[in-house]
Write a protein of this length. Sequence first.
Length: 365
Amino acid sequence: MSLYWEISSLNKIPVLNYSLKHSARFPNLRALMWDDTKLYCSRGYRILCYDTELPKQNWGPVGQYHPNLTQKLYEKSKTLSRIKRSGFHHLMLLKDDSLLGVIDKAIVKLNPDTNLFENVFTIKRGTRPLSIASNPQGHLFWGEYFNNAHREEVHIYASYDLGESWSIIYTFPNSTIRHIHNILWDPYLKTFWIFTGDDHNECFIMKADENMANFEIVFKGSQNIRCVAAIPRPEGLYFATDTPFEANNICIIEKSSTIRILSDLPSSSLSACNISNLLFFSSAVEPSNVNLTKYTSLKFSDNGHTWENIVSWKKSALPSKLFQFANISLPTGNNSSSFLAATGISVANEHMATHIWEIQKERND
């Protein structure tokens, strides 16, 4: 795959005690996951990997999923692939170092003998879960995310065999929630966080133990706890709100179980990551009477208290509901490199383009 690490001529971005040096731009490539210094990206139904410690190497093929005839037709059309949300949306490294992915309508797992991703679960409601979480034992959990206009029951699924089989482990009753936004493992509290939406009384922040049992409602019933993106840290859980009805913010749930607002956001947040002690939250363009911006943006903090905007990209002129809300997507996983990766989603001239910045600590001589 002839995608080389191209040195960019763009200037550094000074931010707080750091600068971000733009290093590369890769068109038609979506950053999905870090594994230490290795960055995994997708191009349609193919997965590629790059090791940032070996800057002169090329992108290496990891595996691919063979789409069915309908998916092939969608993939060949830029318009249809965007409308149908084709390709990989999520990738995670399992306890045995195997790879599990989420594509449109399926969860897939890489067969190392064939280098092909194989379907291990067909998603019947909605197109995909927004995340998959793992506990220290390698047990996997995800929550249903679908339109659910009639407020049917919503399930959490579990796998105890590294994604080979799945079963329902918990069910939210009818008329309780619309869908599940995220399930996240907190290694500091040794607990799962579960976030739900969408209407006021459907918004919950909950905890569950490492076996996805003993559920506890921490907060409920307000748009200021409606969220998708979150980062667990020793000092608390950082999260950003995702609401079209009220002003959005970056917040922290402190150890005392109190919420403190840290910074405002111009719109809903769907993606976050941390690199060492550095925190990043992006905001999407989800138009409403409150969310008026036409720019998706990325905010940064090195201490959790002071936040600065470092990137802003204008939304595409195409209709958002059909072609996706403009967003800056940040890869998941453990990033031990000195690089930040971000992919533009439905933004002008940058749809499915991944940018790389080198994070440099500024010297205070």
